[in-house]
Design a protein around this ligand. Structure first.
Ligand code: 5GP
Ligand code: ZN
Length: 113
């Protein structure tokens, strides 16, 4: 499959791994938008949030808990962090394998741009 993030999971394309287990992979974003910018992805190829199915509930919940663990490890949990999952073009989704952005280390703006 010609998917950038599937290739990163398969280690065909290098990435700075932050966390890995049987179902989830996390790595540093190549173009960080904050001092901490990590992408948490399922190993299962799901193109957008619209394709999250009934069988994926535990997986999505696990991704959120992995994000929490990384935020604690990076010492940003208490000061705060932002989790973002873009869906389709107008949101800014550019890689069509779902990914949770973990952004932290600076004050975030609201509403987002
Ligand atoms: P999206 O715009 O789809 O929500 O987020 C895609 C993210 O993937 C972007 O923040 C972008 O910087 C990151 N990205 C794109 N290509 C690569 C890559 O080859 N390696 C890594 N580590 N991140 C990438
Ligand atoms: Zn994929």
């Amino acid at each position: 499959m010609n998917c950038l993030f599937c290739k990163i999971i398969a280690k065909q394309i290098p990435a700075k791994t932050v966390y890995e287990d049987e179902t989830v992979f996390a790595f540093e974003d190549i173009n960080p938008q904050a001092p901490v910018h990590i992408l948490i992805i399922p190993k299962k190829h799901i193109p957008t949030t619209l394709e999250i199915g009934n069988d994926d509930h535990a997986l999505i919940g696990h991704m959120l808990q992995v994000a929490n663990s990384i935020a604690r490890e990076k010492k940003v949990a208490e000061r705060g962090f932002r989790l973002v999952m873009n869906c389709n073009r107008e949101s800014g989704q550019s890689v069509f394998h779902i990914h949770l952005h973990l952004l932290a280390g600076r004050a975030m703006h609201w509403p987002p741009g």
